[in-house]
Ligand binder design. Sequence first.
Ligand code: GUN
Ligand code: FE
Length: 421
Amino acid sequence: MKQTFAWKGNVIHTPECGRLELRPGSWLVCEDGLVGGVFDALPEKYRGIPAEDFGDKLILPGLIDLHVHASQYAYRGLGMDMELLDWLEHNAFPEESHFANPDYAARAYAIFTEQLRTSATTRACIFATLHRPATRELMEDLERTGLPCFVGKVNMDRNSPDILRETTEESLAETRRWLEESGELDLVRPILTPRFTPSCTDELMAGLGELQREFHVPLQSHLSENRSEIRWVSELCPNTRFYGEAYEQFGLFGGGCPTVMAHCVWSGEEERKLIKDNGVFIAHCPQSNMNVSSGIAPVRTFLREGQKVGLGSDVAGGAHLSIFRAMTDGIQCSKLRWRLVDQDAPALTLAEALYLATKGGGAFFGKVGSFEPGYECDAIVMDDAGLPTTRACTLAERLERIVYLSDGLPVAKCAAGVRLF
Ligand code: GUN
Ligand code: FE
């Protein structure tokens, strides 16, 4: 049931990229699940609704993780001395094969779901594994917890070990069955998830294109993450001019198929034009790009081009689930890119990073990630009392410290207008 309530505190959000709106000592009103507004004093018409005064704490939009692998949570922080393709072979694939066992999957996904529940993240685009029952388990865990996520049963029918590969027919039949069953859920929705082009034959991609048009589901995958991967795709798909076309040729790249692609570190001008023209979202995952030595994505170029961009933890390529951490990683690696690669591309600012972490990624879910009236109410309350300092900080400085110094866990959280704690 969508709720109506009011929270008082220091309210901060980013209605536009690069502009922090700071509203000290204000009321955030949630009305039937949607933001009613931010007010200096609680308007008369809201008198009597459940209200909580959080004093000097900060109220922010819930953070959005646009790319995370729930099935890799167990080995985050491990195996980080490898490049992407070796890392997949030695870490991701062996771990994901355990999800054939429902007991293992239940234990692993219970841990992931609990960590996500208590985090500052309110929504995420999540990869499970190719196993349908385990994927269903994850979706039910998230639904019970109240996190409105997209979850994907992964498709992979080539270039993977025997223990983690389906036949094309199995992959399509299992995906169809999973899509049919997913209709019963309310908050958690299915998203088609071809792992990446090297894992999916043309026949599988064509079949997924047909399922997309039949079920009208969105799609997530990986794009132009790593140079060896891109070289491999150009060998596998000699008919394409660039990686993005390997998805586009099957109708799986934006347009009528809402799409989020992780990384785009090496997307060239032509690929970025197709991304823009087709309204494809980019999940910028800076920590993963550093850990598996992929590179530094041109996030300033994305913003200048008006691309749709959000942040992703990409656990376990990224070791940290925190999107506050993704904000600082994004800022820091944009500084390195400016210093070392492109002096015409200034670093991300804190306000820009907060936008990417909230309204930027939130747009993939609809009107999400801002406190403008009519947005779905996703909010977190952050307490910085545990970060003592002799300095008298402004509100913007307090936000900066929360982002830089903590893996901050909120003291209260609501998602889609329902209070979780
Ligand atoms: N490309 C294909 N699979 C993966 C994965 O699991 N993680 C990352 N970072 N890239 C991938
Ligand atoms: Fe990934």
